[in-house]
Design a protein around this ligand. Structure first.
Ligand SMILES: Nc1ncnc2c1ncn2[C@@H]1O[C@H](COP(=O)(O)OP(=O)(O)OP(=O)(O)O)[C@@H](O)[C@H]1O
Length: 378
């Protein structure tokens, strides 16, 4: 079983630590996506797990083997890790099959050994797995970007790794190819029973293919959870805004409601990393996802009461009357910018059937409970 466990990992370059006591776990056969702003330490974490960088402190365990701990630093080639870089990085003088065979030799081979191994059943099996059986004898220069990435994946799997690290492997591909390849990567890792870590700049990609998502900022893990947990109950307002569109409002908590400028909303207080939750009478930051704002045309036909569980009372409804000032249409849905009477602008997501033109008078309602954070929770 190749579960990955990273405990208290601190890593730095000459300028000081870049990762601060990072804890990460990936159960056997699962895929963890790591997201975070540029420079937060995603690649540093991958490189340290791969053994390319030495940790200042902390532990890394892959399956039963401790590969990094105080006084122990297992060499990269002994870690049984496959690496898929952003640019495939295939050997140009070897064919597709020979590149995969080179991976099978786990860094111990020569070009000649790779040429021999290229005819093996295992190389054929791997190429069929990535749908490239027909291109075994092609040179890397004759492949598309997506095909080259598939070869890189087959090469990474060829050595029978316990763990595959994917560093922005779809970054250079167009959106169609990207969606296609990420689905096959997910399926392949599952078929082969390999544990994986994917670094991506695409939050939607992370949420859609990973079993768990780790959100990194400034070298610290702010949240590690399932995609649903990270999106629906973000650990902090910053995480909420990083993984998706978010509307934030100031408010004051009163029992299970929060008083805001758009009325009283049903609220769930969020406990922060220090174990502190807002309590009665506290100022809070309220999070509403744009799809939780229901939009109906205003006027005589408009519903008198907002959606069940949302803003309560007629005063609240009036406060949620506004005008659509902008429409971002994306095909399957659209984001409406709605300016309220008090000048506040809220963003509401509607399905294509709920699309209204700019200038429409609308009434908003909040569906369900909102999350309430202590304002200090960044
Ligand atoms: N070889 C190095 N020497 C010194 N500092 C480095 C080195 N490599 C990276 N850094 C610094 O460490 C920090 C983390 O870099 P890292 O590449 O891990 O971030 P990242 O999250 O992968 O960024 P990106 O999303 O832009 O690829 C950055 O501040 C970077 O400048």
């Amino acid at each position: 079983m190749s579960r990955l466990e990273v405990r208290g990992l601190t890593v730095g370059y000459e300028g000081g630590p870049v990762l601060h006591s990072v804890d990460v776990e990936v159960p056997h056969g699962e895929l963890l996506a790591i997201v975070g702003p540029s420079g937060c330490g995603k690649t540093t974490l991958l490189r340290t797990i791969a053994g390319l960088l030495r940790a200042r402190s902390g532990e890394i365990r892959i399956g039963q083997r401790m590969v990094t701990t105080h006084g122990i630093h297992l060499a990269p080639e002994k870690r049984r890790i496959g690496w898929v870089p952003q640019d495939a990085a295939l050997f140009p003088h070897l064919t597709v099959a020979e590149n995969v065979a080179f991976g099978m030799l786990a860094g111990r081979g020569s070009s000649r050994a790779a040429r021999r191994a290229a005819r093996s059943d295992e190389v054929r099996r791997l190429l069929d797995l990535v749908d490239l059986g027909q291109l075994a004898d092609r040179a890397p220069g004759q492949l598309s970007g997506g095909q080259a990435q598939r070869v890189a994946l087959a090469r990474a799997l060829a050595a029978g790794p316990e763990l595959v690290l994917l560093d922005e492997p779809f970054g250079a591909l167009d959106p169609m190819l990207r969606a296609d390849l990420r689905a096959s990567v997910r399926e392949l890792l599952r078929t082969e029973g390999v544990t994986g870590i994917l670094v991506t700049h695409d939050q939607a990609e992370a949420l859609s293919i990973a079993d768990h998502v780790a959100v990194l900022r400034g070298g610290e893990v702010l949240q590690l959870g399932t995609p649903e947990e990270v999106y629906q109950v973000p650990a902090t307002p910053w995480v909420a805004g990083f993984v998706g569109d978010a509307v934030f409002l100031p408010g004051v908590l009163h029992g299970d409601e929060v008083a805001t400028s758009i009325g009283r909303l049903r609220a769930v207080p969020v406990t922060d990393a220090a174990g502190l939750a807002p309590s009665d009478g506290d100022d809070v930051t309220v999070l509403i996802r744009p799809e939780e704002l229901r939009v109906t045309p205003a006027g005589p036909g408009a519903p008198a009461e907002p959606a069940p569980g949302g803003a309560a009372g007629a005063a609240a409804s009036a406060a949620l009357d506004g005008t659509v000032t902008d429409v971002e249409y994306t095909g399957h849905d659209a984001m409406l910018a709605v300016s309220l009477a008090d000048g506040m602008r809220l963003r509401a997501r509607v399905t294509a059937s709920g699309l209204v033109p700019r200038g429409t008078e609308v009434r908003l309602a909040v569906a369900g409970a909102v999350l309430a954070y202590r304002p200090e929770t960044a």
